[in-house]
Design a protein around this ligand. Structure first.
Ligand code: PLP
Length: 388
Protein backbone atom coordinates (compact mmCIF):
# COMPACT_ATOMS: atom_id res chain seq x y z
CA UNK A 1 0.00 0.00 0.00
CA UNK A 2 1.25 3.45 -0.88
CA UNK A 3 1.64 5.93 1.96
CA UNK A 4 -0.46 9.06 1.91
CA UNK A 5 0.82 11.74 -0.43
CA UNK A 6 2.81 14.61 1.06
CA UNK A 7 2.06 17.76 -0.89
CA UNK A 8 4.30 20.72 -1.64
CA UNK A 9 1.98 23.36 -0.16
CA UNK A 10 -1.58 22.21 0.59
CA UNK A 11 -4.32 24.45 2.04
CA UNK A 12 -4.29 24.70 5.82
CA UNK A 13 -7.62 25.68 7.36
CA UNK A 14 -7.88 27.34 10.75
CA UNK A 15 -11.14 25.71 11.82
CA UNK A 16 -12.81 29.14 11.97
CA UNK A 17 -13.82 29.14 8.30
CA UNK A 18 -17.21 27.42 8.78
CA UNK A 19 -18.23 29.97 11.38
CA UNK A 20 -17.26 32.88 9.12
CA UNK A 21 -18.93 31.41 6.03
CA UNK A 22 -22.02 30.56 8.08
CA UNK A 23 -22.37 34.22 9.08
CA UNK A 24 -21.79 35.30 5.50
CA UNK A 25 -24.50 32.96 4.22
CA UNK A 26 -26.90 34.04 6.98
CA UNK A 27 -26.40 37.66 5.93
CA UNK A 28 -27.38 36.65 2.37
CA UNK A 29 -24.46 38.63 0.91
CA UNK A 30 -23.76 35.78 -1.50
CA UNK A 31 -22.34 38.10 -4.14
CA UNK A 32 -19.15 39.86 -5.20
CA UNK A 33 -20.15 42.69 -2.86
CA UNK A 34 -20.81 42.70 0.88
CA UNK A 35 -19.61 43.47 4.41
CA UNK A 36 -16.93 40.73 4.58
CA UNK A 37 -15.22 42.17 1.52
CA UNK A 38 -15.24 45.64 3.06
CA UNK A 39 -13.99 44.40 6.41
CA UNK A 40 -11.26 42.21 5.03
CA UNK A 41 -10.03 45.08 2.87
CA UNK A 42 -9.71 47.20 6.01
CA UNK A 43 -8.09 44.42 8.06
CA UNK A 44 -5.57 43.59 5.36
CA UNK A 45 -4.68 47.24 4.72
CA UNK A 46 -4.17 47.89 8.44
CA UNK A 47 -2.06 44.78 8.91
CA UNK A 48 0.41 45.51 6.12
CA UNK A 49 0.28 49.30 6.47
CA UNK A 50 -1.21 50.13 3.10
CA UNK A 51 -3.65 52.99 2.64
CA UNK A 52 -6.24 50.83 0.91
CA UNK A 53 -6.69 47.66 -1.12
CA UNK A 54 -9.11 46.01 -3.51
CA UNK A 55 -9.89 42.30 -3.17
CA UNK A 56 -10.08 40.42 -6.45
CA UNK A 57 -10.66 36.87 -7.63
CA UNK A 58 -6.96 36.17 -8.32
CA UNK A 59 -3.51 37.71 -8.22
CA UNK A 60 -3.38 37.35 -12.00
CA UNK A 61 -6.46 39.60 -12.18
CA UNK A 62 -4.82 42.01 -9.71
CA UNK A 63 -1.68 42.22 -11.86
CA UNK A 64 -3.80 42.72 -14.95
CA UNK A 65 -5.76 45.57 -13.36
CA UNK A 66 -2.46 47.08 -12.15
CA UNK A 67 -1.27 47.33 -15.74
CA UNK A 68 -4.64 48.72 -16.87
CA UNK A 69 -4.39 51.37 -14.12
CA UNK A 70 -0.88 52.28 -15.30
CA UNK A 71 -2.12 52.60 -18.90
CA UNK A 72 0.12 49.83 -20.19
CA UNK A 73 -0.76 49.11 -23.79
CA UNK A 74 0.52 47.84 -27.15
CA UNK A 75 4.16 48.72 -27.80
CA UNK A 76 4.93 49.41 -24.13
CA UNK A 77 7.73 47.64 -22.28
CA UNK A 78 7.34 46.00 -18.86
CA UNK A 79 10.46 44.79 -17.03
CA UNK A 80 9.76 41.56 -15.17
CA UNK A 81 11.74 39.00 -13.23
CA UNK A 82 12.20 35.91 -15.41
CA UNK A 83 12.36 33.53 -12.42
CA UNK A 84 8.65 33.52 -11.64
CA UNK A 85 5.30 31.88 -12.33
CA UNK A 86 3.56 32.50 -15.66
CA UNK A 87 0.70 34.29 -13.87
CA UNK A 88 3.07 37.25 -13.42
CA UNK A 89 3.56 37.54 -17.17
CA UNK A 90 0.18 36.79 -18.77
CA UNK A 91 -1.29 40.20 -17.84
CA UNK A 92 1.49 41.94 -19.82
CA UNK A 93 0.47 39.92 -22.86
CA UNK A 94 -3.25 40.62 -22.24
CA UNK A 95 -2.42 44.31 -22.60
CA UNK A 96 -0.50 43.76 -25.84
CA UNK A 97 2.69 45.03 -24.19
CA UNK A 98 6.16 43.48 -24.38
CA UNK A 99 7.69 41.74 -21.36
CA UNK A 100 11.42 42.30 -20.95
CA UNK A 101 12.71 39.41 -18.85
CA UNK A 102 15.29 40.23 -16.19
CA UNK A 103 17.72 37.72 -14.68
CA UNK A 104 17.99 36.91 -10.96
CA UNK A 105 20.69 37.70 -8.43
CA UNK A 106 22.37 34.56 -7.03
CA UNK A 107 21.52 35.19 -3.36
CA UNK A 108 17.83 36.14 -3.20
CA UNK A 109 17.02 34.50 -6.58
CA UNK A 110 14.99 37.65 -7.31
CA UNK A 111 15.31 40.42 -9.90
CA UNK A 112 18.93 41.48 -10.37
CA UNK A 113 19.12 45.28 -10.04
CA UNK A 114 22.22 45.26 -12.27
CA UNK A 115 20.44 43.40 -15.08
CA UNK A 116 17.42 45.65 -14.62
CA UNK A 117 19.48 48.81 -15.11
CA UNK A 118 21.30 47.25 -18.04
CA UNK A 119 17.92 46.52 -19.66
CA UNK A 120 16.56 50.00 -19.03
CA UNK A 121 19.75 51.59 -20.44
CA UNK A 122 19.68 49.26 -23.45
CA UNK A 123 16.19 50.36 -24.46
CA UNK A 124 16.82 54.03 -23.70
CA UNK A 125 20.08 54.06 -25.68
CA UNK A 126 18.69 52.35 -28.73
CA UNK A 127 15.41 54.28 -28.72
CA UNK A 128 14.47 57.79 -29.76
CA UNK A 129 13.13 60.42 -27.37
CA UNK A 130 9.73 58.71 -27.27
CA UNK A 131 11.16 55.46 -25.85
CA UNK A 132 11.10 56.77 -22.30
CA UNK A 133 7.31 56.97 -22.28
CA UNK A 134 7.10 53.33 -23.33
CA UNK A 135 8.98 52.03 -20.27
CA UNK A 136 5.82 51.49 -18.25
CA UNK A 137 6.45 49.24 -15.26
CA UNK A 138 8.98 47.20 -13.30
CA UNK A 139 7.64 43.98 -11.73
CA UNK A 140 9.94 42.42 -9.13
CA UNK A 141 8.71 39.17 -7.55
CA UNK A 142 9.40 38.12 -3.94
CA UNK A 143 9.89 34.53 -4.96
CA UNK A 144 9.15 31.72 -2.49
CA UNK A 145 8.54 34.49 0.06
CA UNK A 146 12.07 35.94 0.09
CA UNK A 147 12.00 39.72 -0.52
CA UNK A 148 13.64 41.17 -3.62
CA UNK A 149 16.32 43.86 -3.30
CA UNK A 150 13.80 46.68 -2.87
CA UNK A 151 16.31 49.43 -1.99
CA UNK A 152 17.97 49.17 -5.37
CA UNK A 153 14.88 48.36 -7.41
CA UNK A 154 12.88 51.28 -5.96
CA UNK A 155 15.88 53.58 -6.53
CA UNK A 156 16.00 52.55 -10.21
CA UNK A 157 12.25 53.10 -10.50
CA UNK A 158 12.70 56.62 -9.14
CA UNK A 159 15.82 57.35 -11.22
CA UNK A 160 14.18 56.35 -14.51
CA UNK A 161 10.64 57.37 -13.49
CA UNK A 162 9.12 53.93 -14.00
CA UNK A 163 6.43 52.73 -11.55
CA UNK A 164 7.10 49.54 -9.61
CA UNK A 165 4.41 46.86 -9.24
CA UNK A 166 5.38 44.23 -6.67
CA UNK A 167 4.29 40.67 -7.32
CA UNK A 168 4.01 39.69 -3.66
CA UNK A 169 1.76 36.70 -4.47
CA UNK A 170 4.04 34.38 -2.49
CA UNK A 171 5.25 36.78 0.18
CA UNK A 172 2.31 37.90 2.31
CA UNK A 173 3.81 38.58 5.74
CA UNK A 174 7.42 38.91 4.53
CA UNK A 175 9.21 42.15 5.39
CA UNK A 176 12.02 44.21 3.97
CA UNK A 177 13.66 46.66 6.39
CA UNK A 178 10.73 46.08 8.74
CA UNK A 179 8.10 46.96 6.16
CA UNK A 180 5.73 44.44 4.56
CA UNK A 181 6.42 43.38 0.99
CA UNK A 182 3.62 44.53 -1.29
CA UNK A 183 3.70 48.08 0.15
CA UNK A 184 6.82 49.48 -1.55
CA UNK A 185 5.69 49.86 -5.13
CA UNK A 186 2.98 52.08 -6.58
CA UNK A 187 0.93 48.87 -6.47
CA UNK A 188 1.47 45.53 -4.72
CA UNK A 189 -0.31 42.24 -5.34
CA UNK A 190 -1.06 39.25 -3.08
CA UNK A 191 -2.52 35.85 -3.98
CA UNK A 192 -4.88 33.66 -1.94
CA UNK A 193 -4.75 30.70 -4.31
CA UNK A 194 -5.02 27.22 -2.73
CA UNK A 195 -1.26 26.74 -2.52
CA UNK A 196 -0.38 30.10 -0.94
CA UNK A 197 0.40 30.86 2.72
CA UNK A 198 -3.26 31.69 3.39
CA UNK A 199 -6.02 30.84 0.96
CA UNK A 200 -9.60 31.57 -0.04
CA UNK A 201 -9.40 28.70 -2.60
CA UNK A 202 -8.81 31.44 -5.18
CA UNK A 203 -8.36 35.15 -4.64
CA UNK A 204 -6.05 38.12 -4.80
CA UNK A 205 -5.52 41.65 -3.56
CA UNK A 206 -4.34 44.87 -5.16
CA UNK A 207 -2.66 47.11 -2.57
CA UNK A 208 -1.82 50.79 -2.96
CA UNK A 209 -1.17 53.92 -0.94
CA UNK A 210 -2.94 55.83 -3.68
CA UNK A 211 -6.58 55.72 -2.54
CA UNK A 212 -7.79 57.06 -5.87
CA UNK A 213 -6.09 54.20 -7.71
CA UNK A 214 -7.72 51.58 -5.46
CA UNK A 215 -11.15 53.18 -5.96
CA UNK A 216 -10.63 52.99 -9.68
CA UNK A 217 -9.57 49.33 -9.36
CA UNK A 218 -12.88 48.58 -7.61
CA UNK A 219 -14.79 50.38 -10.34
CA UNK A 220 -13.04 48.53 -13.18
CA UNK A 221 -13.26 45.17 -11.35
CA UNK A 222 -17.06 45.43 -11.08
CA UNK A 223 -17.76 45.88 -14.79
CA UNK A 224 -17.15 49.65 -14.84
CA UNK A 225 -20.70 50.51 -13.84
CA UNK A 226 -21.22 54.26 -13.71
CA UNK A 227 -23.53 55.77 -11.13
CA UNK A 228 -26.93 55.89 -12.81
CA UNK A 229 -30.38 54.35 -12.27
CA UNK A 230 -29.80 52.10 -15.29
CA UNK A 231 -26.56 50.33 -16.21
CA UNK A 232 -24.32 52.95 -17.77
CA UNK A 233 -20.83 52.16 -19.09
CA UNK A 234 -18.39 54.65 -20.56
CA UNK A 235 -15.37 52.34 -20.58
CA UNK A 236 -14.45 48.65 -20.61
CA UNK A 237 -14.69 46.89 -17.28
CA UNK A 238 -13.75 43.49 -15.86
CA UNK A 239 -15.56 40.93 -13.73
CA UNK A 240 -12.67 40.53 -11.30
CA UNK A 241 -14.15 41.11 -7.84
CA UNK A 242 -13.75 38.50 -5.08
CA UNK A 243 -16.92 36.84 -3.77
CA UNK A 244 -18.08 38.05 -0.36
CA UNK A 245 -18.36 34.37 0.68
CA UNK A 246 -14.67 33.85 -0.07
CA UNK A 247 -13.85 37.03 1.82
CA UNK A 248 -15.39 35.25 4.83
CA UNK A 249 -12.87 32.44 4.40
CA UNK A 250 -10.11 35.03 4.00
CA UNK A 251 -11.00 36.74 7.27
CA UNK A 252 -10.83 33.40 9.08
CA UNK A 253 -7.47 32.66 7.46
CA UNK A 254 -6.10 36.08 8.46
CA UNK A 255 -6.52 35.07 12.12
CA UNK A 256 -3.81 32.42 11.70
CA UNK A 257 -1.47 34.17 9.27
CA UNK A 258 1.27 34.90 11.84
CA UNK A 259 1.02 31.30 13.01
CA UNK A 260 1.41 30.05 9.42
CA UNK A 261 4.49 32.22 8.93
CA UNK A 262 6.07 30.77 12.07
CA UNK A 263 5.30 27.23 10.87
CA UNK A 264 6.82 27.83 7.42
CA UNK A 265 9.91 29.40 8.94
CA UNK A 266 10.19 26.42 11.30
CA UNK A 267 10.01 24.11 8.25
CA UNK A 268 12.94 25.98 6.76
CA UNK A 269 14.92 25.56 9.99
CA UNK A 270 14.22 21.78 10.02
CA UNK A 271 15.51 21.46 6.48
CA UNK A 272 18.48 23.72 7.14
CA UNK A 273 19.57 21.61 10.10
CA UNK A 274 18.95 18.40 8.19
CA UNK A 275 21.15 19.39 5.25
CA UNK A 276 23.82 20.79 7.55
CA UNK A 277 24.40 17.20 8.59
CA UNK A 278 25.30 16.31 4.99
CA UNK A 279 27.18 19.51 4.31
CA UNK A 280 29.50 18.57 7.20
CA UNK A 281 30.20 15.35 5.30
CA UNK A 282 31.45 17.11 2.21
CA UNK A 283 28.22 17.96 0.44
CA UNK A 284 27.17 21.50 -0.44
CA UNK A 285 23.41 21.94 -0.44
CA UNK A 286 22.45 25.62 -0.66
CA UNK A 287 19.38 27.69 0.21
CA UNK A 288 17.82 30.96 -0.90
CA UNK A 289 19.47 33.64 1.23
CA UNK A 290 17.59 35.98 3.51
CA UNK A 291 19.75 39.11 3.76
CA UNK A 292 19.88 41.02 7.05
CA UNK A 293 17.36 43.49 5.57
CA UNK A 294 14.84 40.69 5.04
CA UNK A 295 12.32 38.69 6.99
CA UNK A 296 10.91 35.94 4.78
CA UNK A 297 7.66 34.04 5.32
CA UNK A 298 9.60 31.08 3.80
CA UNK A 299 6.52 30.09 1.81
CA UNK A 300 8.48 27.28 0.17
CA UNK A 301 11.79 25.83 1.24
CA UNK A 302 13.91 25.19 -1.84
CA UNK A 303 17.41 23.81 -2.24
CA UNK A 304 20.15 24.07 -4.82
CA UNK A 305 22.01 20.83 -5.38
CA UNK A 306 24.76 21.27 -7.91
CA UNK A 307 26.12 17.81 -8.83
CA UNK A 308 29.59 19.34 -9.23
CA UNK A 309 29.57 20.30 -5.54
CA UNK A 310 27.64 17.23 -4.31
CA UNK A 311 29.62 14.17 -5.39
CA UNK A 312 27.45 13.85 -8.49
CA UNK A 313 24.11 13.78 -6.66
CA UNK A 314 21.50 15.49 -8.86
CA UNK A 315 18.25 17.30 -8.32
CA UNK A 316 16.66 14.78 -10.68
CA UNK A 317 17.64 11.81 -8.56
CA UNK A 318 16.17 13.37 -5.40
CA UNK A 319 13.02 14.45 -7.24
CA UNK A 320 12.41 10.94 -8.60
CA UNK A 321 13.07 9.20 -5.31
CA UNK A 322 10.68 11.54 -3.46
CA UNK A 323 8.02 10.89 -6.11
CA UNK A 324 8.50 7.12 -5.71
CA UNK A 325 7.71 7.60 -2.03
CA UNK A 326 4.60 9.63 -2.93
CA UNK A 327 6.19 12.88 -1.80
CA UNK A 328 5.64 15.94 -3.99
CA UNK A 329 8.61 18.13 -4.91
CA UNK A 330 9.17 20.35 -7.94
CA UNK A 331 12.05 21.95 -9.83
CA UNK A 332 12.32 25.71 -9.28
CA UNK A 333 10.31 27.88 -11.70
CA UNK A 334 11.35 27.40 -15.28
CA UNK A 335 12.46 30.90 -16.30
CA UNK A 336 9.91 32.76 -18.40
CA UNK A 337 12.46 33.51 -21.14
CA UNK A 338 12.78 29.73 -21.68
CA UNK A 339 9.01 29.14 -21.91
CA UNK A 340 7.79 28.39 -25.44
CA UNK A 341 4.96 30.93 -24.95
CA UNK A 342 7.41 33.78 -24.31
CA UNK A 343 10.55 32.76 -26.16
CA UNK A 344 10.44 35.64 -28.62
CA UNK A 345 10.63 38.36 -25.96
CA UNK A 346 13.90 39.96 -24.85
CA UNK A 347 15.92 38.69 -21.89
CA UNK A 348 18.73 40.52 -20.13
CA UNK A 349 21.03 38.53 -17.89
CA UNK A 350 23.92 36.16 -17.52
CA UNK A 351 22.46 32.74 -16.82
CA UNK A 352 21.58 32.81 -13.11
CA UNK A 353 17.88 31.98 -13.59
CA UNK A 354 18.81 29.19 -16.04
CA UNK A 355 21.25 27.74 -13.52
CA UNK A 356 18.70 27.89 -10.66
CA UNK A 357 16.21 26.00 -12.83
CA UNK A 358 18.80 23.31 -13.58
CA UNK A 359 19.79 22.52 -10.01
CA UNK A 360 16.95 23.78 -7.79
CA UNK A 361 14.19 21.81 -6.07
CA UNK A 362 11.18 22.94 -3.99
CA UNK A 363 10.54 20.67 -1.02
CA UNK A 364 7.27 19.92 0.83
CA UNK A 365 6.63 23.09 2.85
CA UNK A 366 3.04 23.07 4.06
CA UNK A 367 2.37 24.81 7.38
CA UNK A 368 0.45 21.67 8.34
CA UNK A 369 3.37 19.28 7.81
CA UNK A 370 3.73 17.03 10.84
CA UNK A 371 6.64 15.18 12.45
CA UNK A 372 5.86 11.90 10.70
CA UNK A 373 5.79 13.56 7.32
CA UNK A 374 9.15 15.20 7.98
CA UNK A 375 10.47 11.83 9.06
CA UNK A 376 9.38 10.29 5.74
CA UNK A 377 10.95 13.14 3.76
CA UNK A 378 14.24 12.94 5.68
CA UNK A 379 14.41 9.14 5.39
CA UNK A 380 13.91 9.45 1.64
CA UNK A 381 16.61 12.12 1.42
CA UNK A 382 18.94 9.96 3.54
CA UNK A 383 18.44 7.20 0.99
CA UNK A 384 19.51 9.55 -1.83
CA UNK A 385 22.71 10.60 -0.05
CA UNK A 386 23.54 7.06 1.13
CA UNK A 387 22.98 5.35 -2.21
CA UNK A 388 25.09 7.45 -4.51
C1 PLP B 1 0.47 32.22 -7.51
C2 PLP B 1 1.23 33.29 -8.21
C3 PLP B 1 0.61 34.19 -9.09
C4 PLP B 1 -0.82 34.05 -9.52
O1 PLP B 1 -1.70 34.04 -8.47
P1 PLP B 1 -3.24 33.61 -8.75
O2 PLP B 1 -3.94 34.14 -7.53
O3 PLP B 1 -3.24 32.12 -8.81
O4 PLP B 1 -3.69 34.24 -10.00
C5 PLP B 1 1.35 35.20 -9.62
N1 PLP B 1 2.65 35.33 -9.36
C6 PLP B 1 3.29 34.48 -8.54
C7 PLP B 1 4.74 34.69 -8.27
C8 PLP B 1 2.61 33.41 -7.96
O5 PLP B 1 3.25 32.55 -7.19
Amino acid sequence: MKSERIYLSPPHLSGLEKEYIGKTLDSNWVAPVGPDLDRWEQELSVMVGSKDCCLLNSATAALHLSLVLLNVGPGDLVFIQSHTYAGSVYPIIYQGATPVFIDSEPDSWNMSPESLEEAIRFFLDKGDSSTKVKLKAIIPVHIYGVPANMDKIMALGTKYEIPVVEDAAESLGSKYRGRYTGTFGKIGVYSFNGNKIITTSGGGALMSNDGHLVKRARFLATQAREEAPHYEHSETGYNYRLSNVLAGIGRAQMKVLQNRIEARRANFEHYRRYFEKWNKKGYHVEFQKESTACFSNRWLTCILIDPLKNKGLTREKIHHRLEEQNIESRPLWKPMHLQPAFKNYPFIGNGTADHLFKIGLCLPSGSNMDKNQFKRVFETLDFCFNNQ
